[in-house]
Design a protein around this ligand. Structure first.
Ligand code: ADP
Ligand code: ADP
Length: 228
């Protein structure tokens, strides 16, 4: 359901961040994207949710052809994809519940459905008691849980995570990992860029390794040693 054929990305400054990447990811897969800093992991991920356009190649996500997709059609793609980041990117002036509701309001869900779904996803991430708090009142791990709740609020097929444990201590990283695996077990494809080798090696999943813009490894349950 995700297919990249000969995908390359060259930035305006002529940095070739990805070179001829070919990959297929099935619905329900859990996939790590690993590699050293500057390898092209974020670029790979940004191409998937059309934060960036590829310079060349084919990218299909479900029925969406990302090279042909018009900018005004991107919101339709984003309904099938939830994204979480290393730095959470929560809206600081909104409460936890409002942050999640906002993601549903922008696609014009009706208020009653939003209310129900906010409660449901907060239960799913174990934060039902924090609905009225502001992000600044929460720990890093809790903020990442809110970000995950927001990302799954619209029931996407795909959850993309760019270094989701990068700002978290090892125990909290484990909890976030368990949550991502739980979401994956319910059928959501999870694609996670990381250089946390401890997590990768203790939670084996499919592993894509990118080095200097090239996909150099695609293993069903690969291990990884990061040099950093
Ligand atoms: P990673 O996520 O693995 O650290 P990135 O995808 O962020 O790698 O970067 C891959 C390469 O592309 C690096 O050389 C980086 O400096 C470059 N790069 C990333 N974003 C941009 C950009 N917006 N403009 C120019 N070069 C970029
Ligand atoms: P990450 O480590 O999460 O990949 P980076 O620090 O590499 O983040 O990049 C932060 C932002 O700056 C990203 O939006 C990336 O696209 C952009 N960026 C990275 N490298 C360059 C570069 N050489 N020139 C311009 N923008 C860049």
């Amino acid at each position: 359901m995700i297919r990249m054929v000969d995908v390359s990305k060259t930035y305006d400054n002529d940095v070739q961040a990805l070179k001829d990447v070919n990959v297929e990811i099935d619905q329900g897969d859990f996939v790590y994207v690993v590699g050293p800093s500057g390898a092209g992991k974020s670029t790979f991920i940004k191409l998937l949710y059309r934060e960036l356009r590829a310079t060349k190649g084919l990218i299909m996500i479900d029925e969406f052809d990302l090279m042909k997709l018009k900018d005004r059609e991107v919101p339709f793609l984003r309904r099938t994809i939830g994204v979480v980041f290393q730095d959470f990117k929560l809206l600081t002036r909104l409460t936890v519940a409002e942050n999640i509701a906002y993601a549903m309001e922008v696609i014009e869900k009706d208020p009653e459905e939003i209310k129900q779904r906010v409660t449901e996803v907060l239960n799913e991430v174990g934060l039902a008691d924090k609905a009225a708090r502001f992000p600044s009142e929460l720990s890093g791990g809790e903020q990442q849980r809110v970000a995950i709740a927001r990302a799954i609020a619209n029931s996407p097929h795909i959850l993309i995570a760019d270094e989701p444990t990068g700002n978290l201590d090892p125990n909290t990283a484990e909890e976030i990992m368990a949550l991502l695996e739980e979401i994956n077990h319910k059928g959501t494809t999870v694609i996670m860029a990381t250089h946390n080798d401890q997590i990768v090696n203790s939670h084996p999943h499919r592993l894509l390794e990118i080095n200097n813009g090239t996909l150099i490894r695609d293993e069903k349950e690969g291990t990884y040693e990061n040099e950093g």
